[in-house]
Design a protein. Structure first.
Length: 111
């Protein structure tokens, strides 16, 4: 079971990394075509591929009803990182959403 939870954590971290790399490719692109052919875009997609593999390993022992909601932790982390990296909004609505996501994850893991 430990390997499954480590795999889930790896999937979440890689998903976060993939999202940040994809956003980096989008932020520096002059057009959609430039974004699609950016090495950052392709790198982000490759990272997402590895995240998917780690997630499949996690699903071997963790019920999807627990694993998939756990991935929501990445939404909260990405919101904070986007604020730090690109000065994206992080006001009370985002913090409230992050708190709700955290509460949901805690509830699911204690149910």
């Amino acid at each position: 079971m430990t390997l499954s939870y480590v795999s889930l954590a790896v999937a979440i971290v890689l998903g976060i990394a993939g999202q940040i790399v994809l956003k980096s490719g989008a932020a520096g692109a002059a057009s959609l075509t430039a974004q699609l052919f950016s090495p950052l875009t392709w790198g982000g997609l490759v990272i997402y591929g590895f995240a998917a593999i780690a997630y499949v390993v996690a699903l071997n022992k963790i019920p999807v009803s627990i694993a998939f909601p756990s991935v929501a932790a990445s939404y909260a982390i990405v919101a904070v990182l986007a604020h730090l990296l690109w000065n994206e909004p992080l006001g009370w609505p985002q913090w409230a959403g992050i708190a709700l996501i955290g509460a949901g994850i805690v509830l699911i893991h204690h149910a």
